[in-house]
Design a protein around this ligand. Structure first.
Ligand code: C2E
Ligand code: MG
Ligand code: MG
Ligand code: MG
Length: 282
């Protein structure tokens, strides 16, 4: 009996594994078609200046509406795209979409508005024109200054930055494009790269913000990150701010910007325009 049970459990386990592998394969295959089939859409989430309550910029966040699987999270499909060359096309597409909206928002509502785009490490490591000189030319063609764009990169990419990465960052910096460290505090956190690279923003990972009200350690860490960042001349964005209590603490610690459901989830471009319009009138 025991053996039988074990056997059943084992086949259940292999069945689950097989299903997971099949879903993966299917998503990989469907993703190839997603761009052409208009299933991808860029959503925008406001990043708010805490002191004024003004929307300071927007982060572009990718969404995939799969015809059968429904909304697939970027946490699921970005890694798949990164395993193939698809990530290049996807990243480039997000940039073009986001800058098109940005140009229109700046023209109609907020002349100094900025957009923040996530750039995959895979992309930065490549020696390609596209995410680089091509982006800079595209900004110029739209009449957008470099400062209207920020790129979000993860700290791990800066740890042992290869020359391709360093070259690209310098290219961006020279064009006035700003650099944010995303998910700060979750990587290897060797802080030395903060001296070595010209960084503009630290985005405190939402895992710190999540337990802010109850956790003593997270209070200490958040405050310390903010103090350190300011001494280094960096601005701090808190991610995943969901409650007023979290915002109050972040405000007390002198945090500069907040992003999270307390203000708004990521929304479509027209919905974001409406948010911005309301905010401008504040
Ligand atoms: P991220 O860059 O750290 O983006 C922040 C994530 O936190 C987003 O998840 C956002 O929707 C979510 N979030 C924002 N506010 C709150 C909140 O108050 N509470 C909670 N629980 N979550 C909040 P999302 O949109 O699912 O994106 C996940 C990750 O996928 C992003 O993390 C980013 O690393 C990646 N990603 C998204 N779009 C792109 C893209 O266009 N290119 C690349 N390379 N990566 C992308
Ligand atoms: Mg990000
Ligand atoms: Mg983040
Ligand atoms: Mg994150």
């Amino acid at each position: 009996v025991a053996k039988n049970l074990g056997g059943n459990r084992f086949s259940r386990f292999t069945q689950d594994l097989q299903e997971a592998a099949e879903t993966r394969l299917r998503m990989m295959r469907d993703l190839r078609n997603a761009l052409a089939a208009n299933q991808l859409e860029v959503y925008y989430q406001p990043i708010v200046e805490i002191a004024t309550g003004k929307i300071y910029k927007a982060e572009a966040l990718l969404r995939w509406k799969h015809p059968e699987l429904g909304m697939v999270s970027p946490m699921q499909f970005i890694p798949l795209a990164e395993e193939s060359r698809l990530i290049h096309d996807i990243n480039d597409w997000v940039f073009h979409e986001a800058t098109r909206e940005l140009a229109s928002w700046r023209k109609q509502l907020v002349p100094e508005f900025q957009i923040s785009v996530n750039v995959s490490p895979v992309e930065l490591r490549q020696n390609r024109e596209k995410v680089g000189a091509h982006w800079i030319r595209h900004l110029q063609a739209l009449g957008l200054p470099g400062k209207s764009l920020a790129i979000e990169i993860t700290e791990s990419i800066l740890l042992n930055a290869e020359s391709n990465v360093t070259d690209k960052l310098h290219l961006f910096r020279d064009a006035g494009i700003e650099v944010s460290i995303d998910d700060f505090g979750t990587g290897y956190s060797s802080l030395s790269y903060l001296k070595k690279f010209d960084i503009d923003y630290l985005k405190v990972d939402q895992s710190f913000v999540h337990n802010l009200v109850d956790g003593t350690d997270d209070k200490v860490l958040c405050e310390a990150i903010i103090v350190m960042a300011h001494k280094l001349g960096l601005k701090v964005i808190a991610e995943g701010v969901e409650t007023q209590a979290q915002l109050d603490l972040l405000t007390a610690y002198g945090c500069d910007y907040a992003q999270g459901w307390l203000y708004s989830k990521a929304v479509t471009a027209p919905d974001f325009f409406a948010l911005l319009l309301k905010n401008v009138k504040l």
